[in-house]
Design a protein around this ligand. Structure first.
Ligand code: NDP
Length: 244
């Protein structure tokens, strides 16, 4: 059986690019997102192109029971997950702290921290049984360095950074690798989501620099999985060359 990668947030951006990269390298895939139509399209293309097997798991990472069911319902051969790309996440709003929308905050906390942790916990339980596996968590430079009007998004990615370290120290005894990836500005649907469909504000994010592509980030993520068993990249920051 080929290796298996479980990728959350695989309907666009980094997750989709990771699906393409891992598929091109012969992995079978378990793909998650909420938009089933997108996942179906991606899955059909990759199965056709690479002759791999793909399972879809359509759920919202914020729903604890749905996350657990999606993992526990896997057939035994699919439970042998080699790599988790724990990527689903979002930013909402770019407001000063005192003006920020509390609903935006709640969605970011529920998705980027709680949902992120639900997925990692459920998949790690399978990895622990096999005493092997690699969890790759999607952080951000926003979790390393707070920027103006980044408030709660930065806080959630700082939590991802902290939780990645926490997972790493707790997983050591099970031989499971944990890697946190922290990208800078990358052109995906991320900014359009953040600015709630305002394409001009979304584009302005990339003014004055050539942003990363989703494929740039997927290449780096895949690279971390190619190292020998005794070598682990714990923390990796990747930015556009022109980004401070
Ligand atoms: P996209 O908006 O292109 O992709 C986000 C993905 O997350 C989509 O597939 C979306 O799928 C999924 N998603 C969002 N919420 C949920 C949810 N509740 N349950 C399941 N899936 C969900 O953005 P990116 O690819 O850029 O973002 C991916 C990750 O990278 C995020 O964690 C983001 O914070 C991080 N990041 C992005 C940067 C950038 O500049 N682009 C920089 C640094 C980090 P669907 O809507 O179908 O559910």
């Amino acid at each position: 059986m080929s290796k298996i990668a479980f990728i959350t947030g695989a309907s666009s951006g980094f997750g989709k690019a990771c699906a393409e990269k891992f598929a091109a390298n012969g992995y079978n895939l378990i793909l998650n997102a909420r938009r089933e139509d997108r996942l179906n399209e991606i899955s059909n293309v990759l199965k056709e192109q690479y002759g791999i097997q793909i399972l879809l798991r359509v759920f919202d990472v914020r729903e604890q029971q749905a996350v657990s069911d999606a993992v526990t319902s896997l057939h035994d051969e699919w439970k042998a997950i080699d790599v988790l790309v724990n990527n689903a996440g979002l930013a909402l709003g770019r407001d000063y702290f005192e003006e920020a929308d509390l609903d935006d905050w709640n969605i970011m906390v529920d998705t980027n921290i709680k949902g992120f942790a639900y997925v990692a916990k459920a998949v790690s339980q399978l990895m622990v049984l096999r005493k092997q596996g690699h969890i790759i968590n999607m952080g951000s430079v926003a979790g390393k360095l707070v920027y103006e009007r980044g408030n709660m998004y930065c806080a959630t990615k700082s939590a991802v950074d902290a939780l990645s370290h926490a997972m790493r120290v707790d997983m050591l005894r099970h031989n499971i690798k944990v890697t946190a990836i922290h990208p800078g500005a990358a052109e995906t649907e991320f900014s359009v989501v953040r600015f709630k469909g305002d394409e001009t504000s979304a584009r302005n994010v990339y003014a004055g620099l050539q942003p990363l592509t989703a494929a740039d980030v997927a290449d780096v993520i895949f690279y971390t999985t190619t190292l020998p068993p005794h070598v682990c990249i714990n923390d990796l920051v990747i930015t556009p060359t022109q980004q401070a």
